[in-house]
Design a protein around this ligand. Structure first.
Ligand SMILES: Nc1ncnc2c1ncn2[C@@H]1O[C@H](COP(=O)(O)OP(=O)(O)OP(=O)(O)O)[C@@H](O)[C@H]1O
Ligand SMILES: [Mg+2]
Length: 189
């Protein structure tokens, strides 16, 4: 950990003219760098997870975190193969690099039981927005406004219908560098 802290310090003192840059920007960058170093040196939260590191490597390659493009990555497979577990681990590791991050769990079940508006409200609740959505269309407008021009990490876990993505994570909504991870048992949509 000491070595990591030293690494972070070096990264910010070697040839980086801190004094010429906006203070808030520098602080944000320092926090992001330290967070990334700490997260990448953390062990998996459960060492009994079989083959998790190689899956993480594959998904990291697909996510291309450094790129400014907007990228959607799907994790598809039958029930119980570890899609949610993998998405959670990735989320925990990389969420510090985004302005907004949200993990929407059990989308299929919640949308069937409570409706899609409930999931739109979950996003607002998660982000501590003192606002309430009453209908799906308004929800799309509010989420669009919230995500627009922001670097967002959103996980849509266990989606089973394209309409869920249209209401929770339309590709048109996100700012540069955003990533959306979708887990699903069904890749036909
Ligand atoms: N790599 C792994 N090694 C060992 N156990 C794992 C691994 N990944 C997940 N598990 C375990 O398998 C079970 C199912 O995992 P998970 O809920 O992630 O599956 P899922 O693919 O999301 O299933 P569903 O489609 O039903 O949502 C969990 O108890 C989890 O702890
Ligand atoms: Mg799951």
């Amino acid at each position: 950990m000491k070595r990591n802290a030293k690494k972070a310090k070096t990264r910010f003192t070697n040839g980086d003219p801190l004094c010429r840059r906006n203070e808030a920007e520098v602080i944000r960058e320092i926090v992001e760098t330290v967070w990334n170093i700490v997260c990448s040196s953390l062990p998996s939260y459960d060492d009994n997870l079989v083959g998790i590191e190689s899956r993480m490597v594959k998904i990291n390659a697909l996510l291309e975190i450094e790129a400014d493009s907007i990228c959607f990555v799907g994790i598809w497979g039958m029930g119980g193969i570890g899609k949610t577990t993998l998405a959670r681990l990735v989320f925990e590791r990389i969420s510090g690099q985004f302005e907004i991050s949200c993990f929407l769990a059990n989308v299929r079940e919640i949308s069937e039981r409570k409706g899609i508006v409930s999931l739109q409200n979950d996003i607002l609740l998660h982000l501590n927005k003192g606002q309430k959505i009453y209908d799906e269309h308004c929800g799309k407008t509010i989420l669009n406004r919230l995500f627009r021009s922001k670097k967002v990490l959103l996980v849509v876990d266990d989606a089973n219908h394209v309409s869920q993505l249209e209401s929770l994570a339309s590709p048109k909504w996100f700012g540069a560098g955003s990533r959306v991870i979708i887990t699903t048992r069904n890749c036909t949509y």
